[in-house]
Design a protein around this ligand. Structure first.
Ligand code: B12
Length: 359
């Protein structure tokens, strides 16, 4: 029978587990290496270092799953971890053993029924890891990055930057591009955060925590974006006055730079005058405007008008995107923009096409 805990009991149990994380991780790892001395022979110092890191991740995700009362989220974690370990030649039996050890340690740190609840999550996770190794249950239509997205969202909501970065690095290691990761992991994860906030399931503080994790991952991936040998010319990527959403513009600026554009990213919430001045100084071939909130449409319209009437010559092409335009796919034509991109992949293409049209 499933143990039921109320919200406060779940939160207290998760907090206790977080406080005990270091000591449990150390105890579990030391015991594991005593049981498997060959690991020390094979991996040297790394055996303990990686063992500790893995145990810390297991505990961090377990604490979040307990707090949320979500068996499914810990199962997803186990499936993801099982895949990651098996790609490194490590059988999921070792993951199962590690999780079992944590299950035993729960009894030393948590009161009943919280410990029982934790053990139930662990049992479900072990079953998921074993089934994943046996071929997993293919979910029809599920993309290869679905599991990464779920893991990334969990890590972001928990403010766990290290885990979030690990998830992303693993996706890159197994063949995804940075654009794939931005569009299929980070973007939908941010959208999910928005849905949770809208449904009042998370506070605005948790939304800020998750967004900060996403932004820190963007910053860490930036040096790895690579460069193109093609030089496409100067471009500006900007938000507009009144708009506070800036993650989409940030992602766009990064991938355009990697595609050969000489990008100046202005962030968001700045007066049209500032954009105009920079446009005159740098003569961009393209100005990309990112906007999310409908109430900012007039600011987009006046920035376009200002660029057309008072901007540099030859006039830059103007491409728009962001939530405001995603929900009204013809709006960009109505306001006189030259192009629109629903996401980064479309954005890169539109920028290439529009830049080939005569300025
Ligand atoms: C984080 C967040 C915030 C943060 C932003 C912090 C920051 N540094 O960016 C803060 C807390 C400031 C915030 C504030 C508000 N927010 Co908010 N926010 C979000 C959230 C959760 C994530 C935004 C995000 O990062 N998206 C991820 C990026 C990658 O997606 P994207 O912008 O769509 O970009 C992609 C594409 O559109 C495209 N793209 C983007 N720009 C461009 C430009 C060009 C040229 C091209 C080609 C492509 C392109 O490429 C990107 C990658 O593929 C969204 C949820 C959501 N669905 O977006 C809500 C959301 C947008 N917010 C919402 C609301 C209501 C608000 C507030 C009004 C809340 C309030 N009561 O104060 C304020 C408004 C502030 C303002 N004046 O702008 C609502 C909007 C509902 C609506 N349709 O009107 C949403 C949808 C949440 C929800 N589900 O209700 N928010």
């Amino acid at each position: 029978m499933r143990t039921e805990l109320d919200t406060r009991e779940r939160r207290d149990a998760a907090e206790t587990l977080r406080r005990a994380r270091e000591s449990v991780a150390a105890a579990v790892t030391d015991e594991f290496l005593t049981r498997h001395p060959d690991w020390v022979g094979r991996y040297g110092d790394r055996a303990r270092r990686h063992g500790l890191e893995d145990a810390r991740f297991h505990l961090a995700f377990l604490a979040s799953a307990m707090e949320a009362g979500s068996t499914a989220s810990f199962e997803a974690y186990a499936r993801w971890t099982s895949r990651m370990l098996s790609s490194r030649g490590i059988a999921s039996a070792f993951l199962a053993e590690n999780l079992e050890q944590i299950g035993v340690a729960l009894g030393e740190h948590l009161e009943e029924p919280s410990a029982a609840f934790g053990r139930e999550l662990i049992a479900a996770a072990i079953a998921a890891a074993v089934s994943e190794e046996a071929g997993g249950d293919e979910v029809p239509g599920a993309s290869r990055l679905d599991l990464s997205r779920q893991m990334f969202t969990q890590a972001a909501l928990a403010g766990n930057r290290k885990a979030a970065l690990t998830v992303v690095r693993e996706a890159l290691r197994t063949g995804s591009t940075i654009t794939d990761v931005y569009v299929d992991v980070l973007q939908p994860s941010q959208y999910e955060v928005g849905r949770l906030w809208e449904r009042n399931e998370i506070t605005v503080a948790t939304e800020h925590v998750a967004t900060a994790v996403t932004q820190s991952v963007l910053a860490q991936l930036y040096p790895e974006l690579g460069t193109s040998t093609v030089r496409r010319g100067p471009a500006i990527v900007t938000g507009i006055e009144g708009e506070l959403h800036q993650v989409g513009g940030h992602m766009l600026a990064d991938v355009l730079e990697a595609d050969g554009w000489d990008v100046r990213f202005l962030g968001t919430n700045l007066p049209a005058d500032g954009v105009l001045r920079l446009a005159k100084d740098t003569a961009p071939r393209i100005v990309c405007i990112s906007a999310t909130m409908l109430f900012n449409l007039p600011a987009v319209v006046s920035l376009i008008e200002a660029l057309r009437t008072q901007g540099p010559r030859p006039a830059p092409r103007i491409v728009v995107g962001g939530g405001l335009f995603r929900h009204a796919p013809d709006l960009w034509k109505e306001i006189g923009a030259d192009g629109f991109g629903a996401d980064l992949r479309a954005g890169i293409e539109v920028m290439r096409e529009v830049s080939q049209e005569a300025n």
